[in-house]
Design a protein around this ligand. Structure first.
Ligand SMILES: *C/C=C(C)/C=C/C=C(C)/C=C/C1=C(C)CCCC1(C)C
Length: 220
Protein backbone atom coordinates (compact mmCIF):
# COMPACT_ATOMS: atom_id res chain seq x y z
CA UNK A 1 0.00 0.00 0.00
CA UNK A 2 2.92 2.34 0.68
CA UNK A 3 4.12 1.59 -2.85
CA UNK A 4 0.67 2.47 -4.24
CA UNK A 5 0.59 5.73 -2.26
CA UNK A 6 4.12 6.61 -3.37
CA UNK A 7 3.10 6.04 -7.00
CA UNK A 8 0.22 8.50 -6.71
CA UNK A 9 2.51 11.01 -5.01
CA UNK A 10 5.29 10.88 -7.63
CA UNK A 11 2.86 11.08 -10.55
CA UNK A 12 0.96 14.02 -9.04
CA UNK A 13 4.16 15.91 -8.28
CA UNK A 14 5.27 15.77 -11.93
CA UNK A 15 3.26 18.89 -12.71
CA UNK A 16 5.07 20.83 -9.99
CA UNK A 17 8.66 20.49 -11.26
CA UNK A 18 10.59 22.02 -14.18
CA UNK A 19 10.32 20.12 -17.52
CA UNK A 20 13.82 18.59 -17.38
CA UNK A 21 12.99 16.95 -14.02
CA UNK A 22 9.68 15.45 -15.09
CA UNK A 23 11.17 12.25 -16.52
CA UNK A 24 12.95 11.51 -13.24
CA UNK A 25 9.69 11.71 -11.30
CA UNK A 26 7.88 9.65 -13.93
CA UNK A 27 10.48 6.91 -13.57
CA UNK A 28 10.21 7.02 -9.74
CA UNK A 29 6.45 6.52 -10.06
CA UNK A 30 6.92 3.66 -12.55
CA UNK A 31 9.29 1.89 -10.14
CA UNK A 32 6.79 1.96 -7.26
CA UNK A 33 3.90 1.09 -9.58
CA UNK A 34 5.62 -1.96 -11.07
CA UNK A 35 6.62 -3.10 -7.58
CA UNK A 36 3.14 -2.59 -6.09
CA UNK A 37 1.64 -4.71 -8.88
CA UNK A 38 4.13 -7.50 -8.30
CA UNK A 39 3.46 -7.41 -4.55
CA UNK A 40 -0.17 -8.17 -5.27
CA UNK A 41 0.93 -11.21 -7.30
CA UNK A 42 3.43 -12.23 -4.64
CA UNK A 43 0.87 -12.00 -1.86
CA UNK A 44 -1.44 -14.30 -3.82
CA UNK A 45 1.32 -16.88 -4.27
CA UNK A 46 2.32 -16.73 -0.60
CA UNK A 47 -1.26 -16.94 0.71
CA UNK A 48 -2.34 -19.68 -1.68
CA UNK A 49 0.72 -21.94 -1.55
CA UNK A 50 2.96 -20.80 1.33
CA UNK A 51 5.83 -20.78 -1.17
CA UNK A 52 8.33 -18.01 -1.73
CA UNK A 53 7.32 -16.11 -4.90
CA UNK A 54 10.86 -16.08 -6.32
CA UNK A 55 9.86 -15.75 -9.97
CA UNK A 56 7.62 -12.72 -9.40
CA UNK A 57 10.21 -11.08 -7.19
CA UNK A 58 12.87 -11.39 -9.87
CA UNK A 59 10.55 -10.24 -12.66
CA UNK A 60 9.88 -7.17 -10.52
CA UNK A 61 13.59 -6.59 -9.88
CA UNK A 62 14.50 -7.09 -13.54
CA UNK A 63 12.20 -4.18 -14.39
CA UNK A 64 12.67 -1.90 -11.39
CA UNK A 65 16.42 -2.13 -10.74
CA UNK A 66 17.36 -1.04 -14.30
CA UNK A 67 14.86 1.84 -13.88
CA UNK A 68 16.59 2.87 -10.65
CA UNK A 69 19.92 2.78 -12.50
CA UNK A 70 18.40 4.96 -15.23
CA UNK A 71 17.69 7.51 -12.49
CA UNK A 72 21.41 8.05 -11.90
CA UNK A 73 21.82 8.68 -15.59
CA UNK A 74 18.77 10.98 -15.75
CA UNK A 75 19.67 13.22 -12.84
CA UNK A 76 23.14 13.74 -14.33
CA UNK A 77 21.65 14.27 -17.80
CA UNK A 78 19.38 17.00 -16.39
CA UNK A 79 22.50 19.06 -15.70
CA UNK A 80 25.12 18.03 -18.28
CA UNK A 81 25.92 15.72 -21.20
CA UNK A 82 26.56 12.16 -20.04
CA UNK A 83 28.24 9.48 -22.22
CA UNK A 84 26.13 6.39 -22.97
CA UNK A 85 28.81 4.10 -21.50
CA UNK A 86 27.74 5.16 -18.00
CA UNK A 87 24.25 3.85 -18.68
CA UNK A 88 25.44 0.55 -20.15
CA UNK A 89 27.89 -0.21 -17.36
CA UNK A 90 25.15 0.32 -14.78
CA UNK A 91 22.78 -1.96 -16.72
CA UNK A 92 25.36 -4.73 -17.20
CA UNK A 93 26.22 -4.66 -13.48
CA UNK A 94 22.50 -4.95 -12.69
CA UNK A 95 22.02 -7.93 -15.00
CA UNK A 96 25.01 -9.83 -13.61
CA UNK A 97 23.78 -9.19 -10.06
CA UNK A 98 20.18 -10.27 -10.68
CA UNK A 99 20.79 -13.21 -13.00
CA UNK A 100 23.37 -14.53 -10.54
CA UNK A 101 20.90 -14.20 -7.67
CA UNK A 102 18.06 -15.82 -9.60
CA UNK A 103 20.10 -18.85 -10.67
CA UNK A 104 20.95 -19.42 -7.01
CA UNK A 105 17.46 -18.88 -5.59
CA UNK A 106 15.69 -20.92 -8.25
CA UNK A 107 18.05 -23.86 -7.72
CA UNK A 108 19.85 -23.75 -11.09
CA UNK A 109 23.24 -23.10 -9.55
CA UNK A 110 25.11 -23.70 -6.31
CA UNK A 111 23.83 -21.01 -3.93
CA UNK A 112 27.33 -19.88 -2.91
CA UNK A 113 28.63 -19.58 -6.49
CA UNK A 114 25.51 -17.65 -7.50
CA UNK A 115 25.93 -15.38 -4.48
CA UNK A 116 29.49 -14.53 -5.47
CA UNK A 117 28.46 -13.75 -9.07
CA UNK A 118 25.67 -11.51 -7.74
CA UNK A 119 28.11 -9.71 -5.44
CA UNK A 120 30.44 -9.08 -8.40
CA UNK A 121 27.59 -7.40 -10.32
CA UNK A 122 26.80 -5.19 -7.35
CA UNK A 123 30.51 -4.29 -7.06
CA UNK A 124 30.46 -3.16 -10.73
CA UNK A 125 27.59 -0.77 -9.99
CA UNK A 126 29.33 0.59 -6.88
CA UNK A 127 32.54 1.11 -8.82
CA UNK A 128 30.73 3.12 -11.49
CA UNK A 129 28.88 5.44 -9.12
CA UNK A 130 31.77 6.03 -6.70
CA UNK A 131 34.98 5.81 -8.72
CA UNK A 132 33.85 5.56 -12.35
CA UNK A 133 32.63 8.14 -14.83
CA UNK A 134 29.21 8.74 -13.21
CA UNK A 135 30.86 9.69 -9.93
CA UNK A 136 33.34 11.98 -11.70
CA UNK A 137 30.66 13.79 -13.70
CA UNK A 138 28.71 14.37 -10.51
CA UNK A 139 31.72 15.79 -8.68
CA UNK A 140 32.69 18.03 -11.61
CA UNK A 141 29.43 19.37 -13.06
CA UNK A 142 26.53 18.98 -10.65
CA UNK A 143 25.08 21.85 -8.59
CA UNK A 144 24.99 21.32 -4.80
CA UNK A 145 21.40 20.02 -4.62
CA UNK A 146 22.06 17.42 -7.34
CA UNK A 147 25.37 16.44 -5.74
CA UNK A 148 23.69 15.84 -2.43
CA UNK A 149 20.89 13.83 -4.09
CA UNK A 150 23.45 11.77 -6.05
CA UNK A 151 25.39 11.22 -2.87
CA UNK A 152 22.33 10.04 -0.91
CA UNK A 153 21.26 7.82 -3.81
CA UNK A 154 24.60 6.09 -3.91
CA UNK A 155 24.54 5.48 -0.18
CA UNK A 156 21.15 3.84 -0.67
CA UNK A 157 22.83 1.58 -3.23
CA UNK A 158 25.48 0.69 -0.61
CA UNK A 159 23.50 0.48 2.63
CA UNK A 160 19.89 -0.03 1.51
CA UNK A 161 20.91 -2.59 -1.10
CA UNK A 162 23.14 -4.48 1.34
CA UNK A 163 19.89 -5.70 2.94
CA UNK A 164 19.31 -7.99 -0.10
CA UNK A 165 22.49 -10.05 0.07
CA UNK A 166 21.90 -10.27 3.85
CA UNK A 167 18.40 -11.61 3.11
CA UNK A 168 19.84 -14.08 0.58
CA UNK A 169 22.44 -15.17 3.14
CA UNK A 170 19.78 -15.70 5.84
CA UNK A 171 17.56 -17.48 3.34
CA UNK A 172 20.03 -19.89 1.76
CA UNK A 173 23.43 -19.90 3.34
CA UNK A 174 22.98 -20.35 7.10
CA UNK A 175 21.93 -23.99 6.99
CA UNK A 176 18.72 -23.20 8.95
CA UNK A 177 15.51 -25.12 8.16
CA UNK A 178 13.87 -23.91 4.89
CA UNK A 179 10.58 -23.03 6.70
CA UNK A 180 12.20 -20.54 9.02
CA UNK A 181 14.70 -19.16 6.56
CA UNK A 182 12.06 -18.51 3.86
CA UNK A 183 10.00 -16.38 6.26
CA UNK A 184 13.17 -14.40 7.10
CA UNK A 185 14.06 -14.05 3.44
CA UNK A 186 10.67 -12.61 2.52
CA UNK A 187 10.44 -10.23 5.48
CA UNK A 188 13.92 -8.88 4.78
CA UNK A 189 13.34 -8.47 1.03
CA UNK A 190 10.00 -6.71 1.65
CA UNK A 191 11.53 -4.17 4.03
CA UNK A 192 14.40 -3.58 1.63
CA UNK A 193 12.02 -2.92 -1.29
CA UNK A 194 10.04 -0.30 0.64
CA UNK A 195 13.19 1.58 1.65
CA UNK A 196 14.99 1.32 -1.65
CA UNK A 197 12.12 2.19 -3.95
CA UNK A 198 10.27 4.83 -1.95
CA UNK A 199 13.19 6.58 -0.20
CA UNK A 200 15.16 6.63 -3.45
CA UNK A 201 12.24 8.35 -5.22
CA UNK A 202 11.77 10.86 -2.40
CA UNK A 203 15.44 11.88 -2.63
CA UNK A 204 15.06 12.52 -6.36
CA UNK A 205 11.85 14.44 -5.70
CA UNK A 206 13.72 16.66 -3.19
CA UNK A 207 16.43 17.53 -5.73
CA UNK A 208 13.84 18.09 -8.49
CA UNK A 209 11.75 20.43 -6.34
CA UNK A 210 14.68 22.44 -5.08
CA UNK A 211 16.25 22.80 -8.55
CA UNK A 212 12.85 23.75 -10.04
CA UNK A 213 12.21 26.39 -7.36
CA UNK A 214 15.63 27.83 -8.07
CA UNK A 215 14.81 28.14 -11.79
CA UNK A 216 11.55 29.86 -10.95
CA UNK A 217 13.17 32.49 -8.72
CA UNK A 218 15.92 33.27 -11.23
CA UNK A 219 13.48 33.80 -14.11
CA UNK A 220 11.13 36.02 -12.07
C1 LIG B 1 13.64 -2.56 -6.02
C2 LIG B 1 14.50 -3.66 -5.94
C3 LIG B 1 15.83 -3.58 -5.68
C4 LIG B 1 16.53 -2.27 -5.42
C5 LIG B 1 16.55 -4.81 -5.65
C6 LIG B 1 17.86 -4.94 -5.42
C7 LIG B 1 18.46 -6.22 -5.35
C8 LIG B 1 19.75 -6.46 -4.98
C9 LIG B 1 20.69 -5.36 -4.63
C10 LIG B 1 20.19 -7.84 -4.93
C11 LIG B 1 21.43 -8.23 -4.60
C12 LIG B 1 21.99 -9.59 -4.52
C13 LIG B 1 23.37 -9.70 -4.34
C14 LIG B 1 24.24 -8.50 -4.18
C15 LIG B 1 24.07 -11.02 -4.25
C16 LIG B 1 23.25 -12.15 -4.83
C17 LIG B 1 21.87 -12.15 -4.36
C18 LIG B 1 21.11 -10.85 -4.65
C19 LIG B 1 20.53 -10.94 -6.05
C20 LIG B 1 19.98 -10.84 -3.61
Amino acid sequence: MALVAATAFFFLEIQRVAPKWKTSLTVSGLVTMVAATHYFYMRDVWVATGNTPTVFRYIDWLITVPLLMVEFYLILSAITKVPGGVFWRLIIGTMVMLIGGYLGEAGYMNTWVAFIIGMAGWAMILWEIFLGEAGKINAKSAPPSVQSAFNLMRWIVVLGWSIYPIGYFLGYLTGASPDKSMVMLNVVYNIADVVNKIAFGVIIWTAAVSESDKLQTTTK
